[in-house]
Design a protein around this ligand. Structure first.
Ligand SMILES: Cc1cc2nc3c(=O)[nH]c(=O)nc-3n(C[C@H](O)[C@H](O)[C@H](O)COP(=O)(O)OP(=O)(O)OC[C@H]3O[C@@H](n4cnc5c(N)ncnc54)[C@H](O)[C@@H]3O)c2cc1C
Length: 319
C-alpha cells in the first residue's frame, strides 16, 4: 500500500505539522543512518496512538513504534508505512507511593534516572547514560552493570491490538538478555502491543550517594565507549557462556576495520561507529565481515543486538 494524496490529507488533517512524509530516519536514530519513513507521526497521547494503529490497519499499512532510535539500524530504503514516536503526555514521570515511579514510554531514560536520584529512589543508576526512551528500554530489557529494566519493573500499561488499554503484570512477562516477551497465559504478543507506561519499584536511598554513583558510572561509560560518535551502542549480543562479543571481535583482529565511514570502534570493538557519511549498507557489510571473521576463528556466530528495520529489498539481501 502506498500513500496516496488522499491518505496524506487524512493524516495531515488530524496531526497537522506533527506528521511528516518521506521523513529521513537518519535524523531519528543515534546511528544517523536510515532512509525515509513514508509517514512519521509524533503522537501526544494514547488516543492518537490508537487512532494511528486503527488507521494503519484499515489501510493495510504496517506501523512501527520508535523511541529514541538508539537501538535501530534503519535500511537506506527506509520504512514503509507509519512510524510513531511519542511526546507530550506520553513523556510524563511521577512518583507512586513511597518508593515507586511510573514513567510514560516516551520519557527519556536519562530524565527517569535524574528523577529517581532527585527523589532519593535507588535502583535505576545502571541505566544512566543509556540514550533510550522508557518504552524502548522496556522493550529491549536494556541493562548495564548487572542491572536491567526487568529487575525493577512491576508492570507496564499497554495498548492491546484491539485498541483497548490494559495493565500487564510482571508475572506475565518474561525478561531475558536484551529481550522481553509476554508469557502465553497473557494471550498477547508483545510485537502486537504498544508499551504506554512502565511502573517501577525502587528503594529509598540518599540522593547524594545516588548522584555520586551515577556520576561514576557515567564517567566509566565515557572512558570505555565512543559516546561522542554516532552508533547504536553494542552492535552484537554477547554470546552465552563465551567471551564478550567485543573481546571476540578484538581477538579476531577486526578492531578498526571499516567500510566507508562505518568502522569497528578502535575504543570498543563491539561498537560500530558512523564517522559521518556511512550508509546502512556500509554498516551491514561491516557487520557481515565481522560475523564471518569471528565465525572462522572461533566457530561462534555473533547475533546483532541492534534491531535492523526497514525496506530490505536491496541492501540486506546483497551484503
Ligand atoms: C552510546 C549508546 C550506548 C548504549 N548503551 C546501552 C547499554 O548500556 N545497555 C543497553 O541495554 N542498551 C544500550 N544502548 C542501546 C539502546 O540505547 C537501548 O536498547 C535503548 O533501550 C533503546 O531505546 P530507544 O528508545 O532508543 O528504542 P528504539 O531504538 O527507538 O526502539 C527499540 C525497539 O523498541 C521498540 N519500541 C520503542 N518504543 C516502544 C513502545 N513504546 N512500545 C513498543 N515498542 C517500542 C521499537 O519498535 C524497537 O523494536 C546504547 C546505545 C547507544 C547509542
Amino acid at each position: 500500500m502506498t500513500f496516496s494524496s488522499g491518505l496524506k490529507n487524512q493524516l495531515t488533517e488530524k496531526f497537522s505539522e506533527r506528521v511528516r512524509f518521506n521523513e529521513p530516519m537518519a535524523v531519528h536514530t543515534t546511528f544517523r543512518v536510515g532512509g525515509p519513513a513514508d509517514a512519521f507521526v509524533t503522537a501526544m497521547d494514547a488516543t492518537e496512538i490508537i487512532f494511528l494503529i486503527q488507521w494503519a490497519a484499515e489501510h493495510h499499512m504496517p506501523y512501527l513504534m520508535v523511541g529514541r532510535g538508539s537501538n535501530l539500524l534503519v535500511t537506506d530504503k527506509g520504512i514503509r508505512g507509519v512510524v510513531i514516536s511519542m511526546a507530550g503526555s506520553l513523556a510524563g514521570i511521577e512518583q507512586r507511593g513511597f518508593a515507586g515511579i511510573s514513567a510514560m514510554a516516551g520519557a527519556g531514560l536519562g530524565a527517569l534516572c535524574r528523577f529517581a536520584i532527585a527523589n532519593g529512589l535507588g535502583g535505576l543508576n545502571f541505566a544512566m547514560g543509556i540514550p533510550g526512551s522508557v518504552g524502548g528500554a522496556i522493550r529491549m530489557n536494556a541493562g548495564a552493570w548487572e542491572g536491567s529494566m526487568g529487575q525493577i519493573l512491576t508492570g507496564i500499561r499497554i495498548i492491546r491490538p484491539d485498541g483497548t488499554i490494559g495493565f500487564m503484570d510482571k508475572k506475565l512477562m518474561k525478561f531475558s538478555y536484551r529481550s522481553l516477551a509476554f508469557c502465553p497465559e497473557s494471550g498477547l504478543e508483545l510485537s502486537a502491543c504498544v508499551i504506554l507506561e512502565g511502573v517501577f519499584a525502587l528503594t529509598s536511598q540518599d540522593p547524594d550517594m545516588l548522584k555520586t554513583e551515577a556520576d561514576a558510572l557515567l564517567a566509566a561509560r565515557k572512558k570505555s565507549q565512543p559516546v561522542s560518535l554516532a552508533s547504536a551502542g553494542s552492535f552484537f549480543k554477547n554470546p552465552v557462556d563465551q567471551e564478550p562479543a567485543g573481546r571476540l571481535i578484538d581477538l579476531a583482529g577486526c578492531k578498526g576495520l571499516s567500510v566507508g565511514d562505518a568502522q569497528i570502534s578502535p575504543q570498543h570493538a563491539n561498537f560500530i561507529v558512523n564517522h559521518g557519511r556511512a550508509s546502512a549498507r556500509d554498516i551491514l557489510r561491516l557487520m557481515r565481515m565481522v560475523q564471518e571473521t569471528v565465525f572462522q576463528k572461533f566457530n561462534i556466530l555473533l547475533e546483532p543486538e541492534v534491531e535492523i528495520v526497514g525496506d530490505e529489498s536491496t541492501e540486506k539481501k546483497s551484503v
